[in-house]
Design a protein around this ligand. Sequence first.
Ligand code: GUE
Length: 273
Amino acid sequence: MTETTIFTGFDLAERLKQNIKMRIDALGRQPRCNLFLDSRNAGASAYAQRLAGSAASVGIDMVMREYAGSAGELRRQLQEEADAVMTLFPMPDFIDRNEVAALIGAERDVDGQHPLNAGKLALGIVGYRAAATARACVLVMSEIMGSLKGLRVVVVGASPVVGRPLALMLLEKEATVTVCHVATVDLASHTREADVIISATGVAGLIRADHIREGAVLLDVGIVRTEKGLVGDIDLDSVQGKAAVVTHVPDGVGPVTTACLLENIVAAAEARS
Ligand SMILES: Nc1nc(=O)c2c([nH]1)NC[C@@H]1CN(c3ccc(C(=O)N[C@@H](CCC(=O)O)C(=O)O)cc3)C=[N+]21
C-alpha cells in the first residue's frame, strides 16, 4: 500500500504568472492574442474560459473568437493584427491545419504548431515555441521528481499538441520514452513498466490500478465532460493506494498549461518589440 499524493498545479502556475507579470511590465505594453475556437467542444471551451480569466489577471489582451464559417473568412480572421494567434483544436474541416499554421507564421505561433517550431523541437535546436500543454507536463514532472534523466516514461496519446511534442521534450531531458496510441496492443504491458505515465487521450477512466506499478507517478492530461463534471483519463479511485502521485482533473496540470500559454504569448510579444 502506497500513500497517494494528489497534485494540484495552482502554486506552480502562480509562480509562473508572477514572472509573466514582471516580463509584461518590462515590455511596457499589453500583449495581444487572438484566440479561435469551436465552443461546442468541451475541452476547447474549458481551456478558453481559463485562458481568458488568467490572461486578464496578468494584463494580456485575449480576444476570443468563434471560427468563421468559411475558409475565406477564416483566412481573413487569422491575419488580423496581434502578437500571437492561438487556434484551438478541433479546427473547422474546410481548412487544412498546415495552411492555418502558415497564415499565423512561426513568430505568432504560441502552441508549437508551425512546422518551423515543431521542426526545431524535433531536432533539439534551441529557441523554438513549443506546445503549452506539453511544456506544462514537463514542468509538473520536474516539480514532482526533479531530474527526469533515465526515468522510464510512457506517454499515452500521440496528438500534435501533447503526445508528440512531449515525447521529444522528454528525450531532451534524457528520459527513456515510450509513446502508446490507439493502435497499441496491450497498453497495460507498456504502462506497467513506467516510472511515470502521462495520459492525454480523452478516454475517461482509461488508466486503472492494473495499468500501473506500485509507486508510479501519474499525470492526467485528459479532459472529458461527463454528467459528474470534468474528469480525466485516470481512474482516481482505482489508483489510490498504488500510485505515488497523481495529478487531479480539474486543477492538476490544467492551471500550469494556462500559465505556459500566457508565457508563450509574452515571448511572442517580446520577440516583436
Ligand atoms: N491547439 C490546441 N492546443 C491545446 O492545448 C488544446 C486544443 N488545441 N484544443 C482543446 C484542448 C483541451 N485543452 C485543455 C487545456 C487546459 C484545460 C484546463 O485548464 N482545464 C481546467 C479545468 C477547466 C474547467 O474546470 O472548466 C483544469 O484542468 O484545471 C482544459 C483543456 C487544451 N487543448
